[in-house]
Ligand binder design. Structure first.
Ligand code: PNS
Length: 166
C-alpha cells in the first residue's frame, strides 16, 4: 500500500522553502499531492491559475507529485477523499507553531484518520515566507535565491504589470 500525503497551502507564490519541505516529504511518503487552496478569505497576489501554473512548473521533475486544487471545503474532507493519511506542513519558527497546532488538532477532530506531519526546511529558508518574497519582489528587491527561476519570472512580470498601472 502506497503512503500518500497531502501538502496544502496558499503558495502565493511557491518558494524554495516550500520545495525543500516537499522534497523532505518525498523522502518519507511514496506520493505527495500539493494542494493549492483557493482561499477566498485571503487576498492573493497571484490568481489560482497563476499559482497552479507556477507550482506545476516547479514540481514537473517529480513523477510522484500531483498538483491539486481545494476550491472550497475542508482540507480534512479532501484528505479523506484523496485517501491521504498525512498532512504535511512546514514550520520555520516557534511563532508558526500556535496556528499549526490549532489546525492540526482541528483537522484530526474533523478526520480522525489524518495526522499532520511537521517538517522543518533547511535553515537557510527559515526566515523566508511567501509574504516577504511578495513584498521584497514588488519593491524591486532580488529574491532569486529564494524562488525557482519560473516563479522569479512571474514575480517580475507581476511587478512590471503593476508599475504599468501606476
Ligand atoms: O499556506 P497557508 O495559507 O498557511 O495554508 C493554509 C491552509 C490552506 C492549509 C488552510 O487555510 C486550510 O487548510 N484551508 C482549507 C479550509 C480548511 O480546512 N480550514 C480549516 C483548517 S483547520
Amino acid at each position: 500500500m502506497k503512503r500518500k500525503a497531502i501538502y496544502p497551502g496558499t503558495f502565493d507564490p511557491f518558494t524554495n522553502g516550500h520545495l525543500d519541505v516537499l522534497e523532505r516529504a518525498l523522502n518519507i511518503f511514496d506520493h505527495v499531492d500539493v494542494v493549492l487552496a483557493e482561499n477566498s478569505q485571503k487576498q492573493t497576489l497571484f490568481s489560482l491559475d497563476e499559482r497552479l501554473e507556477m507550482v506545476g512548473e516547479v514540481v514537473r521533475e517529480f513523477p510522484n507529485v500531483n498538483v491539486e486544487v481545494l476550491h472550497e471545503g475542508l482540507l480534512a474532507d479532501y484528505a479523506r477523499q484523496a485517501g491521504a493519511k498525512a498532512i504535511v506542513r512546514g514550520v520555520r519558527q516557534v511563532k508558526d507553531f500556535e496556528y499549526e497546532f490549532q489546525m492540526s488538532l482541528l483537522n484530526r477532530h474533523l478526520n480522525s484518520e489524518v495526522t499532520t506531519v511537521f517538517l522543518m526546511p533547511n535553515v537557510k529558508y527559515t526566515y523566508i515566507a511567501s509574504s516577504i518574497i511578495r513584498e521584497v519582489s514588488m519593491l524591486g528587491g532580488d529574491v532569486s535565491k529564494f524562488v525557482h527561476p519560473f516563479v522569479l519570472d512571474r514575480l517580475n512580470q507581476k511587478r512590471a504589470e503593476r508599475e504599468g498601472q501606476s
